[in-house]
Write a protein that binds this ligand. Sequence first.
Ligand code: AMP
Length: 218
Amino acid sequence: MKNIIFIAPPAAGKGTQSDLLKQKYSVVHISTGDLLRNEVASNSEIGNHVQKLMNDGLLVDDEIVFKLLEQRLVKQDCDDGYILDGFPRDLEQAKAYDEISSRLHRKIDCAIFLNISKEDAMKRITGRISCPKCGAVYNEYFDTFTKLGLCNRCSTKLEKRSDDNEEIFNHRFDTYLIKTQPVIDYYRDKGILHVVDSGGSKEYTFCQIESIIGGEVK
Ligand code: AMP
């Protein structure tokens, strides 16, 4: 498989779609949000700093994000391709990644933009719960559960993210509009951008993604 990035506003389904790809094709999934949440969970000094920014819906300093990302990208399992989710968040990160990609031989082959309206994304955010162990993402209003409050896959207690509320969502969406949207044009100009309608069911979104990467997965 090739190296793919997902670009999307919050709650567009990056995590859900990455998880579906991981389940079906065993691809490596790298989420900068998850890398940062792991840092927060470690209770380090950096983790405490990161938590404050994440709780306010602000972007974390590039220095921290790049350090964690590079540590992950050098691992051998990335040699066969990976999905990068939540990165790049702005044009500076996109350009800086180009430098990393030539140094680490981790070139991006395909950028998938998950397009969703703010209204549809807002509807999803309030019900989102996820599994801290296996990464499965659910919506407490739309999904059915074998045991209430537990992950259908691994029975771990499901958690709500502290930044999944209406006020922080508005902030994160505005940050996306200002900072992340120029990244879409950046990859369009490189000729590797694909646009997917992510406002419908997760199955429909997945179907569109599979048709884009169909030739790339093993
Ligand atoms: P996500 O899990 O992608 O929704 O990201 C959750 C939060 O992590 C964001 O609101 C940011 O605070 C932070 N974050 C994730 N990825 C990045 C990134 N590439 N650059 C800066 N901050 C990030």
